[in-house]
Write a protein that binds this ligand. Structure first.
Ligand SMILES: *[C@@H]1O[C@H](CO)[C@@H](O)[C@H](O)[C@H]1NC(C)=O
Length: 112
């Protein structure tokens, strides 16, 4: 069912692109969700059934986010956030849904 680990701090300059690392602990990945719990809507990126879903995405991330590995190679579900500004500062959480049940508690995995 679910994944993964570690709080990391990433520092960037405005206008830069940044990679927020996250790795699933199982390769049977069904869906990936990146969120920022302090925002409404909280969704940064949703990847499900092989494609990005933008319907519920927070508008401030539209066109600025993608996965490093579209094919989720090596369980890598890291996020690329482009053209960052000071409004992007916050805690980002990576959630991964897999076929195997490990835990259902979402874990913080990256911190901009
Ligand atoms: C980057 O974001 C700023 C606003 O934060 C915007 O003015 C600028 O056009 C953006 N640059 C690109 C390449 O999208």
């Amino acid at each position: 069912y679910y994944c993964f680990s570690d709080l990391i701090v990433v520092t960037v300059d405005p206008g830069d692109d940044v990679i927020l690392p996250c790795q699933a602990d199982d390769s049977s990945i069904r869906a990936v969700e990146w969120i920022r719990p302090d925002l409404e809507p909280e969704s940064v990126l949703i990847y499900s059934d092989g494609h990005l879903e933008t319907d519920d995405q927070n508008p401030s991330f539209k066109g600025r986010v993608e996965l490093v590995n579209r094919d989720l190679k090596d369980r890598d579900v890291s996020l690329i956030l482009k053209n960052v500004s000071k409004h992007d500062a916050g805690t980002y959480e990576c959630r991964v849904i897999t076929d195997n049940i490990n835990s259902d508690a979402p874990l913080t995995c990256s911190n901009l």
